[in-house]
Design a protein around this ligand. Sequence first.
Ligand code: SF4
Length: 366
Amino acid sequence: MSDPVLKVENLTKHYPVHRGILRRQIGSVQAMTDVSFEVARGETLAVVGESGCGKSTMGRTVLRLIEPTSGRISLEGQNVTDMPRPELREMRRRMQIIFQDPYGSLNPRMTVRETLAEPLLLHGVTDRAGLDDRIDEVLSLSGLSSFHAERYPHEFSGGQRQRVGIARALATRPGLIVCDEPVSALDVSLQAQIVNLLQKLQRDFGLAYVFISHDLSVVRHIADRVAVMYLGRFVEQAPVETLFSRPLHPYTRSLIKRVPLPDPTRIRDETPARGDVPSALSPPSGCAFHPRCPMATDLCKEVRPESRAIGETFVACHHAEQQLEARVVAPVERKTLARRLAVLEKAGKIAQTPTNTKNHKAGNTR
Ligand code: SF4
């Protein structure tokens, strides 16, 4: 990748946990550990995972809204990890964030004009003489009109408020925008409008996006590459179509299987991850996913898998190669396959042949 806008190396954020009168440290919440990635100009890296897996912590740490425990962050070639506050303020102009809840992120006592004027003047993007023109420009770019500048946040619909959030992020002419679940609070038609707007702005200004989401349908639409996060670590990174067509990590597979199917005659492959996400205060030994993984072995319980390249994919799983072998079908998947065959037979889409029955009993899927 040539000159990434954002380069993150081994970024870690652990929160110490204290107890007692003496406030002794008794452990730490491992919100994010050893996260590394790059994002190029005009590229979208989506970060997906269940709630509480560390996605938002990662997004805020990248922008230094949260101070990292260790690691390195480079924005447009400059190391911002330890950058002093005055210099960091200048760099903040180049990195912005769009929040999930636009209402919560806007000051209810400020008009849109005041909300947009604040970063423009603070970062010296324009002087007072050029302020109104720049405000009108970013409102127009975000699909709003000049008269919206005099309104307060409560006077907007959810979709319009998110457009105000986009206008605010856009105002300082950033190179990088962290989009933290920007459409998850909106209904489906508004989601499509906001996603299309983000894509247009990216094309027009070469913006780099880190797009945080738990919605894989949206991610498939907007992302160039996808990173899957589990308990604060990236477990798989790949170009978007590679990840969806050939997921190598069992956790990725379980996330993809939860995406709604448009065809009612299809049965969902029910091999989801078992149970809940473990506590980040005491992650499981070895592979942190092993208590929920249908493919876990003794090795998984003892040794944490390192991330390694398989083709275009980086994956942290001892048994990732098995996902490539179409003949290998986990026992739970065989049951699903049997149910799928039964539905297809019932619907008359395949003949009810002894061969199918025989193959099913033998666990032969080919
Ligand atoms: Fe499952 Fe083992 Fe791979 Fe972890 S390393 S995802 S437990 S197969």
